[in-house]
Design a protein around this ligand. Structure first.
Ligand code: PLP
Length: 362
């Protein structure tokens, strides 16, 4: 692939106070764009200065939400004794682009070969390498997305698309350390059902989740725990994270059956726990089973998993009138070990014997 590169003539100042980066508000100097037309396929791959894009008000995505996205990070490895960090690497990036193609098939969006997407991403990061934060816990968040751009207001699959990658330097997710979050069990709204789009990263899923999020905030809780859309009994996921429970030393996560998104962090946690010979189970788990385990004292840990937070300990669960405090609102042993191992591999502090990392550049 021949990527045309147009460098910015007005580079922005790269933030020096990495503790103040926050998440998703600052963007690096460049972005990758590629267009698609039904009769041409993907064409015109280019890296251009980060900036606004122009679209027809009739662009199909604005009306019917034919769009998909991914979320991953580039990490600067910490070499001991050097303050400026080592090389830049990605974590399981191929899996992100595989999943993007899974989402594409469901949303009738043309796929992009993983090798091409990875090549585009590597070129973009190389050009903006100074935007990859240097401090521990900070990273360059990467957002690839594809949307239908045809100026047409009928409902049908688009025939014109744009694939864009933007990147955003982000601070440590937990400014004050790994603090447990409070979760609200949503019994009214649902996120997804089998046969729907729950297993894809498509915009509409997140728009549909906002009302539940507002409900959780009314209760002063950070995130929503979604139950299945049919019986409102079985646990699916939490916010934009997968969820795990430790009951009686068994690590349990809801099985994938079409409505749950298959997180790459979820998959990594399962692989690590199996490697460590822990008892791990993917199965149906009801909110009643969690309440029972809480009451009889066997509910040891609850944590969410996702690229942004890696491991997010849950300290509090509210289900109707029942308020459950988990592990005295402290991070559990297994959650901490998983967090240390995953971030250790991502930041090159632990040898990657799983083959999960991919070097981009120095
Ligand atoms: C992205 C996402 C996750 C987590 O996936 P990772 O690949 O681990 O980041 C979980 N649930 C939903 C709904 C998501 O959008």
């Amino acid at each position: 692939m021949n990527i045309k590169i147009t460098k910015t003539l007005t580079p922005k100042a790269i933030p020096t106070d990495e503790s103040a980066l926050g998440f998703g508000r600052i963007f690096s100097d460049h972005m990758f764009i590629m267009n698609y037309k039904a009769d041409k396929g993907w064409y015109d791959p280019r890296i251009v200065p980060f900036g606004d894009i122009s679209l027809s008000p009739a662009a199909m995505v604005l009306h019917y939400s034919q769009t998909i996205f991914e979320g991953l990070k580039a990490y600067r490895t910490q070499t001991s004794g050097s303050s400026d960090g080592g090389k830049i690497q990605l974590f399981r990036a191929r899996d992100n682009f595989k999943r993007m193609n899974l989402s594409a098939r469901r949303m009738v969006i043309p796929e992009i070969p993983e090798d091409i997407a990875i090549e585009a991403l590597k070129e973009l990061i190389k050009l903006d390498r100074e935007w990859v934060p240097k401090s521990d816990g900070a990273s360059l968040y990467i957002r690839p997305f594809i949307f239908a751009a045809d100026p047409f207001i009928g409902v049908r699959p688009g025939s014109e698309y744009m694939f864009v990658i933007i990147t955003s330097p982000s601070g440590p997710y937990y400014a004050t350390g790994l603090n447990p979050v409070g979760i609200y069990v949503e019994e009214n709204y649902v996120r997804a059902v089998k046969g729907g789009t729950g297993y894809t990263k498509t915009g509409g899923n997140y728009a549909a989740s906002l009302a539940g999020q507002v409900e959780a905030q009314k209760h002063n809780l950070a995130q929503v725990l979604w139950l299945d859309g049919i019986e409102r009994k079985y646990i699916e996921e939490v916010g934009a994270m997968n969820i795990f429970f430790v009951i009686n030393n068994e690590i349990i996560t809801p099985e994938l059956q079409g409505s749950v998104l298959e997180g790459i962090t979820r998959k990594s946690v399962l692989e690590l726990c199996r490697k460590w010979d822990m008892k791990v189970t993917e199965r149906k788990i009801s909110i009643q089973e969690i309440a029972d385990a809480y009451k009889n004292g066997t509910l040891q840990e609850v944590f969410g998993t996702g690229t942004a937070a890696v491991i997010s300990p849950v300290g509090f669960l509210k289900w109707g009138e029942l308020a459950m405090e988990i592990n005295n609102n402290k991070i559990g042993e297994i959650s901490a070990k998983l967090y240390q191992t995953l971030t250790g591999i991502q930041y090159g502090k632990i040898v990657d014997d799983m083959g999960w990392t991919m070097e981009v550049c120095d």
